[in-house]
Write a protein that binds this ligand. Sequence first.
Ligand code: 5GP
Ligand code: ZN
Length: 137
Amino acid sequence: MDDCVFCKIVKKEIPATVIYENEKILAFLDISPINFGHTLVIPKKHFPNIYETPDEELCAMTTVAKKIAQAIRDALVADGVNIAMNNNHAAGQLVFHSHLHVIPRFTNDGYEPWRSRKPYKENEAVSVAQKIKESLK
Ligand code: 5GP
Ligand code: ZN
């Protein structure tokens, strides 16, 4: 993809602070981190989002994300880690090249990504679950 910023990073056409790579995967620091050490784990091949990323590539991304999470915990003395993937505009995706965010978390760091919640009314959970289960068949 000629106009994809992450493809340009893979091809070394633009610089990035790379912290890990293997045959399939590149991991580099996010240019605008939620906390220092915030890392992006991407497949070297271009896939726009989770729906179009082959399972084998997703597994490789997850394996590297775990490795980075452990390194962040040990090297940065992080108290926790969020692993996140935004898919499509509605979910906040800005770069349409599949990626996992590995975000170091520190007690009282002020980041509150899970704050907004919606309670189910009576029987709503059952009907939502039913729809999802039907679609899985
Ligand atoms: P998204 O919202 O698509 O899940 O996140 C894209 C991420 O890519 C953002 O956190 C943003 O800071 C990061 N990003 C965008 N452009 C660049 C870049 O040129 N270099 C690096 N290292 N990160 C980038
Ligand atoms: Zn790309």
